[in-house]
Design a binder for this molecule. Structure first.
Ligand code: SAM
Length: 283
């Protein structure tokens, strides 16, 4: 067997801290020291981590805008025998972060991918939420495109899993309002700045969270953990007249008729067109 065939490299998916550097595992340090190079989402961010642990290692940048071309390049180096650690700025690669494509490319080429697990904001927030952890769904960031956002939220209305979202502070108020309008006034836990100096966990309702963050501008990083759908007896047996009354109430509160019909349809199971026609007829 030639040297080249003997020594195909490996890809290591390495979790890094979401704030507290003490959370980088000894095994992660060992792997970062051992690999030939590191594929980093932002090399400047990773350099700070490497400096802290006195690790000197060549890096290549691998982020959402160069995934395709850089992925092929990284793969070619691994095929030639080098080992690579993929890291993101914080937390687990592949979870709302680059990495998924690299793992897929390796799988297609028969290259071994090894995980070196680390913290993830989603699971850490869920663990602290006080909400049901037995079944949950990770929803990541909601789209900024209004239509895809509404479709995404509408698809969650009857989902009984605890729902996990990521959000940037400057978009938090809008997202809380959209969650409340679409899912109703459910319980929510907002986990902020986990593992950092200003870590804070707020267990509240969507309506109260909207009011609070209108007054106190959100700062730092947030994970939102939202209670899943709990079927109520009234809702199960809702009549068309009652659903139409809900549409009218929303219109009175300032929603457009078509939006009100769409939202009530998502919550009750009646079809939007059916509610629209009924609302006009009975109006
Ligand atoms: N891959 C990362 C992980 O596994 O957690 C997530 C990366 S995603 C681009 C960044 C988002 O994760 C932030 O906008 C925030 O919603 C959440 N996040 C990251 N660090 C956090 C922290 N320390 N506390 C709360 N949320 C955090």
């Amino acid at each position: 067997m030639t040297q080249q065939l003997q020594s195909q490299g490996k890809l290591y998916i390495v979790g890094t801290p979401i704030g507290n550097l003490g959370d980088l595992s000894p095994r992660a340090v060992e792997i970062l020291r051992m690999v030939d190079f590191i594929a980093a989402e932002d090399t400047r961010v990773t350099l700070k981590l490497l400096n802290h642990f006195d690790i000197k290692k060549p890096m290549v940048s691998y982020h959402e805008h160069n995934l395709r071309q850089r992925g092929e390049y990284i793969l070619s180096r691994i095929c030639a025998g080098e080992s690579c650690a993929a890291v993101s700025d914080a937390g687990m690669p592949c979870i709302s972060d680059p990495g998924e494509d690299l793992v897929r490319l390796c799988a297609q080429q028969g290259i071994e991918a090894v995980v070196v697990p680390g913290p993830s904001a989603a699971i850490s927030g869920l663990a602290l939420s006080g909400l049901s952890t037995s079944r949950f769904a990770f929803e990541g960031f909601l789209s900024t495109n209004k239509k895809s956002r509404q479709e995404h939220l509408a698809s969650l209305v009857h989902d009984t899993h605890t729902l996990i979202f990521y959000e940037a502070p400057h978009k938090l108020c809008t997202t809380l309002r959209d969650l409340k309008d679409c899912l109703g006034n459910r319980r929510i836990t907002l986990a902020r700045e986990l593992t950092k100096l200003h870590e804070e966990v707020r267990r509240t309702t969507l309506a109260e969270a909207c009011d609070y963050y209108e007054l106190v501008p959100p700062k730092g990083e947030f994970v939102l953990i939202v209670e899943g759908y709990v079927p109520s007896q009234e809702e199960d047996g809702l009549t068309l007249d009652e659903a139409v009354a809900q549409v009218r109430q929303r219109v009175q509160d300032g929603e457009k008729l078509s939006d009100a019909c769409k939202n009530v349809a998502a919550q009750t199971g009646f079809r939007k067109g059916e509610l629209y026609t009924a609302s006009l007829q009975k109006g």
